[in-house]
Design a protein around this ligand. Structure first.
Ligand SMILES: C[S@@+](CC[C@H](N)C(=O)[O-])C[C@H]1O[C@@H](n2cnc3c(N)ncnc32)[C@H](O)[C@@H]1O
Length: 299
């Protein structure tokens, strides 16, 4: 046990030095002793860590997530995990891609659960890496249930969800005392033909709505909210690839957004924010809010 612990500590030290080099080398800084961060702990054998990878910018990864990634024996990861985050995984770590494209499940959810159980029961420490925050629209419940049913210990490590990243990189708060006293995360999957969101409850002026998985439902969202009473000029914003170099956005109103999107389609993943906080997006001096494609670099 002691020898194993020593081995893990050594492995972590080596991994941490690799991370330090990646962080400091571009600045010509010393890598051996100058970076002193409060990192501690070990990745336990036979345990699964359900870890948030953040929204794409590798610097938004938590220190705990980085440590676990570099210590784990196996990493099971999703489509929305960024390449820079994956680059932190040491060579020699087992990797399993279980990502899903829209409408296409490359690996069924039950198989993902079975894979994690198998790896943990083989005595491996496992990181289950999920885009954004694992507790938000990440099918975490099913995975926790599969692990619990097999008596495999699990821990959750939060990450930066797309809503936080989109707001930050567009330069606005998600709530502002003058604009929104409530914040709601909504899955746009509810807007399918066979499911209808409660538009009346969503059409509030004191709230920010954030729709996940809604790029193909923009029409339905704008229509539903207008029908339920929000004004035509109510602010809405679409942010694709939030926090990544290729971030793109559209800022407009419930009335004009479907047309804007048709004229300038955005890629996936894309988030939809509705609410008067959107009016706080800093306007470029030479452009009106409607119709601009805007990227704010907070760095
Ligand atoms: C299955 S949900 C996973 C959400 C994730 N757990 C989170 O906390 O961000 C996938 C949806 O999240 C949103 N999303 C994830 N990453 C994004 C990003 N970098 N930019 C914009 N939207 C993103 C999109 O709406 C996408 O369809």
């Amino acid at each position: 046990m002691r020898a194993l612990s020593k081995h893990l500590t050594q492995k972590w030290h080596e991994a941490f030095m690799r991370l330090s080099q990646r962080v400091l080398a571009p600045f010509g800084r010393e890598t051996s002793s100058s970076l002193c961060l409060p990192l501690s702990g070990e990745c336990q054998s036979g345990k699964v860590y359900l870890v948030g990878a953040g929204s794409g910018d590798v610097e938004l990864l938590t220190l705990k997530a980085a440590r676990l990634l570099m210590q784990a024996d196996a990493v099971v990861y999703d489509r929305l995990v960024g390449d820079d985050v994956l680059a932190l995984i040491p060579r020699g770590t087992e990797r399993y891609y279980v990502g899903k494209a829209r409408g296409h499940h490359s690996v069924p959810q039950a198989e993902i659960g079975a894979l994690m159980v198998k790896l943990a029961n083989a005595g491996k420490s496992v990181v289950r890496l999920k885009g954004g925050d694992p507790t938000i629209f990440g099918r975490l419940g099913e995975e926790l249930a599969a692990l619990a049913a097999a008596h495999v210990p699990a821990a959750i490590v939060p990450g930066i969800t797309a809503a936080s990243a989109a707001a930050a990189y567009m330069g606005i708060p998600l709530t502002d005392r003058g604009h929104a006293q409530q914040l709601r995360f909504v899955t746009a999957q509810l807007c399918r033909e066979d499911g209808t969101p409660d538009w009346a409850s969503l059409a509030r002026k004191d709230e920010t709505l954030v729709f996940y998985m809604g790029l193909s439902k923009v029409d339905a969202i704008c229509h539903g909210l207008r029908q339920a009473g929000l004004p035509d000029d109510w602010p809405i914003m679409l942010v694709a690839n939030a926090s990544q170099p290729e971030q793109q956005s559209l800022v407009g109103t419930l009335a004009d957004m479907p047309e804007q999107l048709a004229a300038k389609p955005l890629p996936s993943p894309c988030l939809i924010l509705v609410g008067s906080v959107v009016s706080m997006v800093p306007a470029s001096p030479s452009a009106s809010l409607a119709g601009i494609i805007k990227t704010v670099d907070p760095a």
